[in-house]
Design a protein around this ligand. Structure first.
Ligand SMILES: NC(=O)C[C@H](N)C(=O)O
Length: 307
């Protein structure tokens, strides 16, 4: 099986001044994830590797680039799923760790549970030897300013307005024909303390089943939760739709039914892939057959050879 790796850097507008850094970040993550697959690594290893790269990049709303809640704090959500046996791990409202996706994977592999939150997740992280980092280390000046601006401009958040900034995610198909997804986020700016979005919720923020394919979603979390965007898309594929059709149907349903905007990356068990969004933009990159495809705005696709 020829491996496939697709990443996204979040649905929403991307301003001109950061575009090149975002583009380079997304290319780096896809190259890391695809490299793992090319060396025979599993789909789970690849999606984790790609998402860690994005969590470590302050351009993206995950890990050290996470946006702030209404108290000016970082609380992060993440989830991961292995399509081989449907095992899954998730964490929500975690603070003071660099890579929530690694903690989600530990939940999947080292506990009998699927999902740990807040204090329990923190205790588990400590027990697993995950280094704690001072909360301020995850707070960037840019995100402090963004919160201030958001508070000044605050009006009740309309679901059909653009979701702010980029959650990150990855999907992979490995040489053995297994798929996986990983999604990680700092949530939405100025949200209530303790608000949990779609990203850690399996079926909404992502899904992976090696009998069908894998998906990672991004966008307005409350809308994604209401329609179970990830599982809904895979349902359409089970009904015989192509990846393109399934993505259009589920994103279209979310827009018409709850006025929600978002985006997704999807790979099928046979290696077809797609990146689709209903927001202005969504940084994405896909690696397959030693070619890298990437873009940010609608209609923009560049293809290069992977060394
Ligand atoms: N930008 C995003 O994708 C945000 C994420 N879906 C959330 O609502 O937490």
């Amino acid at each position: 099986m020829n491996p496939v790796l697709v990443v996204h850097g979040g649905a929403g507008p991307v301003s001109e001044d950061v575009k090149e850094r975002v583009r380079q970040g997304i290319i780096r993550a896809a190259t890391v994830g695809y490299g793992i697959l090319r060396e025979g690594g599993s789909a789970v290893d690849a999606v984790e590797g790609a998402v860690v790269t994005l969590e470590d990049d302050p351009e993206f709303n995950a890990g050290c680039g996470s946006v702030l809640n209404t108290n000016g704090e970082v609380e992060m959500d993440a989830s991961i799923m292995d399509g081989k046996d449907l095992s899954t791990g998730a964490v929500s409202a975690v603070r003071g760790i660099a890579n929530p996706i690694k903690l989600a994977r530990l939940v999947m592999e080292k506990t009998p549970h699927c999902f740990l939150t807040h204090h329990g997740a923190a205790q588990f992280a400590a027990a697993m030897g995950v280094p704690e980092i001072p909360a301020e280390k995850l707070i960037t000046e840019r995100n402090k300013k963004r919160l201030e601006k958001e508070k000044q401009e605050k009006e009740a958040q309309e679901t059909d307005s653009e979701p702010n900034l980029g959650t990150v995610g990855a999907v992979a198909l490995d040489c053995k024909g297994n798929v996986a997804y990983a999604t990680s986020t700092g949530g939405i700016i100025n949200r209530m303390v303790g608000r949990v979005g779609d990203s850690p919720c399996v079926g909404s923020g992502g899904y992976a089943d090696s009998n069908i394919g894998a998906i990672s979603t991004t966008g307005h979390g409350e809308s994604i939760l209401k329609v179970n965007l990830a599982r809904l898309t895979l349902f359409h594929m089970q009904q015989g739709k192509t990846v393109e059709e399934a993505a259009d149907l589920s994103l279209g349903y979310m827009k018409s039914r709850v006025k929600g905007l978002g985006g997704l990356i999807l790979v099928s068990k046979t290696g077809d892939w797609v990146a689709k969004w209903t927001t202005t933009s969504m940084p994405w990159a896909a690696a397959k057959d030693d070619k890298l495809h990437f873009g940010i705005d609608p209609g923009e696709t560049t293809v290069t050879d992977l060394a």
